[in-house]
Each structure stands twice: as C-alpha cells, then as structure tokens.
Design a protein around this ligand. Structure first.
Ligand SMILES: [Zn+2]
Length: 340
C-alpha cells in the first residue's frame, strides 16, 4: 500500500514537476532512491553480456490519437494518452499494462556498448492489476542524413511548440502503426527505475534492440529544446548518466526475427546443396580415377568404401564440424546465437 502511494506520488511529481536539473546529468540527485537505490536506470547495455530470455515476449497494440495535446515544459515533452496496451508473457507471467504517457530525452538515456545515441522515447505503461508497477518501453534513435520524415514524429507537430512552457494540439497520431512496428521484436529487458527524481525502483524496462533512424530536421525539434540549447543544463541535454548495473542481468526477449530465420533457412539449403555437390563430385572424381580408359562397361563402378569415408571426413572438416551423428543445422544455430 505504501509502495503504491509512493509510486502514485512519483507519477504525480513527474507530471507536475517544473524543473529537474540536468547540469550534472542527474549525478547529483539525492531525492528518493536516486542516490541510495541499487537498481537504477538508465544503464549502459553491454551487448556481449546480454542473455537470451526464452519464451518472454512483449506485444504492444495501440489505437490512433484522433485529437489530443502535447506538453512542452522544461525537460518534459510529453503526450498523456491511454490508448495503448502492452501484453507481457513469459513462462510464469501473463500480464497486461495500459499506456499512461510517452515522452522524450535527448541525448538517449540507455547507452549501448558505451555509445550514447541521439534520442530516446519512453512509453510509460502501468500494470492493470497492480498499479504500483510500471513497464517502460524505450525506443532509441540515431541521426541519419537524408533519412525520410518519420510520420509518427511529424504528427506530433513539434514545430508549434516554440514557447516554454506551452501546450500544442496534435491530431491523427498513428499510434497503431508505431507500436505494431515494435510489437514482439527483440528488446533488452531488465529491472530498473524511473530516470527522473524520485527514481522509484519499480520499473520493468524494455529497450527496443534495433536503433531507429531520424533525419537532422526532425531530430532538431528535440535537440533545440535540450542538447542543443545552451540555456538548458549548459547544453548537456536531458539524459541521466548511466547507473551501475550492480547484480542485475540484462536479457534480450522475444522477436521472431524474420530475416534471422530466413537467413538460417537459406544457409541450411546452401549447406545441403554444397554437400550433395561435393559428394557427387567426389563420386565422379573417383569413377574417373578408377575407370580404365576403354572400359566403358565399368563407367558405373561402385565407389570403394575407403574413399566414401575419406569424402565424409573431408566434408566435415570443411565445416569445422566434428562427428557425423549431429544434424548440421545445430552448427548454424550456434553460430547465429553468438551474434545476439
Ligand atoms: Zn523518460
């Protein structure tokens, strides 16, 4: 009960606070769990240490915003909207979460292998059965010259948010398309906190693995308010420093990556074709060696057992794959899993 009260108070603070100081990127925050907590956010995600979480998936669905408003106030650039749902499934959990709001940070908060990207969007979901729990989905963006306008960001009409504070009118925001794009894709998952005071530690984090692209014009709508504005936190932006991982583990969840399974199928077919060709060539080569020049009647002589064994061993050596008892696809599965 106390936990719920603190969390509701936290949400209230987040939605009404006028000023969060980013001059030290949050390293000096001492409110709540900011200084004393042990599972704080954001973190630096070391991809080589990420573990695969089996059977964990996050499906997100949204309904379009036909008309609504967006708030720009100091570090906040936020849309309060409840028209999206997240379904989190695992072996021992099947929960539903309702979107409360989404907002942005520039530069991005979660670092990937030490790199700080340009922008990060946070969609904040509240548990439908336990309002004391939050689930936040992070989407990271990286600048790309000449990239086409993102229809979702364009629909937020950020060009109208010129004064601070101000509230802008938005309409026809394609929430459905936006969340469909990320539903059940690969996401980093770990247990963390709010990234602004009071840094409450009750957040299930999901960070979309694939970095999104954004062109300079659209990125400028965000950076002109924070990272590119010298009067805001001395131009340091609105992201918090990466916090210690401590004893936590980071997983990568879900995501039937279409291209991954497609590539695997192609690799397997190529392997089969090469195997058949090599066995065929070995047979022809053996026939040529063994067949007397004029003995056409012996053209179809059988390959001696000894040569067959050598051919199989050579085939296995080519693929660095010891033993003939294991099916070849296991080898490719191991190769692919190492890339995650
Ligand atoms: Zn945030």
């Amino acid at each position: 009960m106390i936990g719920k009260f603190i969390l509701l108070l936290s949400l209230l603070l987040i939605s009404t606070t006028g000023h969060v100081c980013y001059k030290h990127e949050g390293a000096d925050w001492e409110t709540g769990a900011c200084a004393s907590g042990s599972r704080q956010s954001p973190i630096n995600i070391i991809t080589a240490n990420v573990r695969e979480a089996e059977d964990v998936e996050l499906f997100i669905s949204g309904t379009d915003i036909t008309t609504g408003s967006i708030l720009y106030h100091d570090h906040e650039l936020k849309v309060t909207y409840s028209g999206a749902t997240a379904k989190y499934t695992s072996e021992d959990e099947d929960s539903e979460w309702a979107l409360a709001q989404f907002h942005y940070h520039a530069p991005a908060e979660h670092r990937i292998d030490g790199k700080t990207h340009d922008l990060e969007m946070h969609s904040v979901f509240v548990s439908k059965t336990n309002p004391g729990q939050l689930l936040v989905v992070g989407v990271i963006y990286e600048l790309e010259q000449g990239y086409e306008d993102d229809e979702f960001i364009a629909s937020l009409a950020l060009e109208n948010l010129v004064s601070n504070p101000t509230t802008g009118h938005i309409e026809n925001v394609p929430m459905e398309n936006f969340y469909n794009k990320f539903s059940n894709t690969k996401m980093y998952n770990y247990k963390g906190s709010l990234t602004t005071p009071p840094c409450t530690e009750s957040v299930e984090w999901f960070v979309v693995k694939e970095i999104q692209k954004i062109n300079p014009s659209q990125l400028g709508r965000f950076t002109s308010k924070w990272a590119g504005l010298s009067t805001f936190a001395e131009g340091k932006g609105s992201n918090r420093v990466a916090m210690d991982l401590n004893r936590r583990k980071v997983f990568v969840t879900g995501g039937e990556e279409f291209m991954g399974s497609f590539s695997f199928s192609i690799l397997f077919i190529v392997f089969l074709v090469i195997s058949v060709m090599q066995i065929g060539l070995a047979g022809v080569f053996t026939l040529k060696l063994k067949s007397p020049k004029n003995a056409t009647s012996q053209k179809f002589a059988k390959i001696p057992e000894k040569d067959k064994i050598e051919g199989t061993e050579r085939l296995n050596a080519d693929y660095n794959y010891p033993g003939v008892s294991k099916p070849p696809h296991k080898y490719f599965q191991r190769s692919i899993s190492k890339e995650i």
